[in-house]
Design a binder for this molecule. Structure first.
Ligand SMILES: Nc1ncnc2c1ncn2[C@@H]1O[C@H](COP(=O)(O)OP(=O)(O)OP(=O)(O)O)[C@@H](O)[C@H]1O
Length: 483
């Protein structure tokens, strides 16, 4: 069978025999569930359309429904509320091949208890079924999520397994108040994930404040986040609310959370645990109701080990973890995103503007700036190509050469770095020091200088080209004495 992949079955606990209804027009899926759940002692009935499934559900009252989205006739999402009604709210697990974020959110909003993307591993499907059946037996069904507005904003695109998993996680956690840690390299879409979580939550009509602590002045960061009272420090002429207060009732995204000073981490932990904080210069606590999302491209566990990040805060934030792998590890998303960018630009024949050869070229690039770099490259190519089919020469050259190591070996840059590394290694053996930091100091100022020259000193543009935050750029310029 195509849509399920088998791996080792973990026979943890077998739930009490139940009746399961599978609604799918793919006979192999129905057969797979019949066999898999049958082995656990459950009885499985199947239907190939929603209409037939609803008739069966009304007469047989299954304990669990597995419902495909794309069906001949009525689709699964439309039929979902009716399944809940006729089964008196039996859990419904929605199944879909290459769903998008809106489908996942719509499924959860309409009352699905979980979401399974095809192809799925048999183990995962079985685990989900067991949980759902156990919840029904214990009468622990989650109440259907309230219907919330779906905004159309910038859309998250992706058909890779990693993006499908991200969509599922977003849909499942959006409407809770859980903290979510979003990790991934720069440009992988962390902020887009945070915005989607807020957009699909019950807080969507309240403020959403993305904050990059690194872009705040280190001396004022505490007051910026939590506010201050008059006279708290020189220049504090009046009482001022902080960003958390301004976001009350809504969501705060702390971008580059790894850069948060330890003293602020303590205050953040208190907010997460009790919603309490105090403005700088006051003793009594205030209360706020803010959902905290955090994003980082750093390895926070390592930061914890180095003593730079509080362990308790790490565990508190890491309740739900959405990881976005780099674009070079999900090549199947490149065509989809490129096509999407062309469509938003209303490029003529956007669907056919990228041929296989071009796609292959694009897939062989490293995309160190990830989706941000891809977006910019496609926009650039669209301007250059002026409406004709795109070719690789329309694209800016790759940011740092190709991944192809044989090409890289002959590369001048590679040779220079190799020479430098050998010299630095010898020097380090005598003098000590951090090689990585040394290399950065050796090459980064030049990179920053050239990019700033290119943008005529426009830092926002330079940061965009470099694929880093403006705050990070500012700090690095300051660090290198280039301000
Ligand atoms: N899956 C995606 N689908 C469509 N666009 C995307 C996707 N991921 C990222 N983008 C686009 O790429 C750009 C960068 O995304 P975003 O700012 O969310 O990345 P980030 O991981 O937060 O980066 P940084 O760490 O540098 O802040 C944005 O223009 C965003 O719209």
């Amino acid at each position: 069978m195509e849509s399920m992949t088998t791996s080792r079955l973990n026979d943890a606990e077998i739930s009490k025999p139940s009746l399961v209804l599978v609604v799918d027009d793919e006979p192999s899926i129905c057969w797979g569930f019949e066999r898999m759940l049958g082995e656990e002692g459950h009885r499985v009935i199947t239907a190939s359309t929603a209409e037939e499934g609803l008739r069966l559900a009304a007469t047989e009252r299954p304990a669990l429904v597995l419902l495909d989205v794309r069906l001949p006739g009525m689709d699964g999402i439309t039929a979902l509320p009716q399944f809940l009604e006729v089964t008196h709210s039996a859990p419904v697990v929605v199944m879909t091949a290459f769903g998008d974020l809106d489908t996942a959110v719509a499924a959860v909003q309409r009352g699905a208890s979980d979401y399974l993307t095809k192809p799925f591993r048999l183990d995962d499907a079985l685990k989900l079924c067991r949980q759902a059946i156990r919840a029904t037996a214990e009468n622990e069904r989650p109440s259907p999520a309230p219907v919330i507005r779906i905004h159309r904003g910038e859309t998250l695109i992706g058909q890779s397994a990693a993006m499908q998993q991200a969509f599922r996680q977003i849909a499942l956690v959006a409407n809770s108040d859980l903290s979510v840690l979003i990790t991934g390299e720069t440009g992988t879409g962390k902020e887009l994930v945070a915005a989607a979580i807020h957009r699909h939550s019950h807080r969507s009509n309240m403020p959403y404040l993305p904050i990059a602590p690194v872009s705040l002045s280190p001396d004022l960061i505490e007051s910026e986040l939590f506010g201050h009272v008059r006279g708290a420090f020189t220049g504090a002429a009046e009482n001022r609310p902080g960003l958390f207060e301004q976001a009350d009732g809504g969501t705060v995204l702390l971008d580059e959370i790894g850069d948060l000073p330890l003293s602020i981490q303590v205050k953040l932990l208190r907010i997460l645990e009790s919603g309490q904080y105090s403005r700088v210069g006051e003793v009594q606590f205030r209360q706020c109701n803010v959902r905290v999302l955090a994003a980082t491209n750093a390895d926070l566990r390592q930061a914890v080990q180095r003593g730079e990040f509080r362990e308790d805060l790490y565990y508190r934030l890491n309740g739900v973890h959405v990881h976005l792998p780099p674009l070079r590890e999900r090549l199947e998303d490149i065509a989809l995103i490129a096509e999407y960018v062309l469509q938003t630009l209303q490029y003529p024949n956007a669907e056919t503007a990228l041929d296989q050869e071009l796609l292959h070229e694009l897939q062989s690039r490293p995309w160190f700036g990830n989706v941000r770099e891809l977006r910019n490259a496609v926009e650039h190519a669209a301007v250059v190509a002026r409406g004709r089919s795109l070719s690789i020469t329309d694209f800016p050259s790759a940011q740092a050469g190709r991944l192809d190591s044989t090409a890289a070996q002959g590369n001048e840059l590679d040779r220079v770095i190799a020479d430098w590394s050998r010299g630095a290694l010898a020097k380090q053996a005598i003098e000590g020091g951090s090689l990585h930091e040394e290399l950065m100091k050796a090459i980064e100022p030049t990179l920053l200088r050239i990019v700033l020259q290119e943008t005529g000193g426009n830092r926002a543009k330079a940061a965009e080209i470099l694929g880093i935050h403006r705050g990070t750029l500012r700090d690095r310029l300051r660090g290198y004495g280039m301000e």
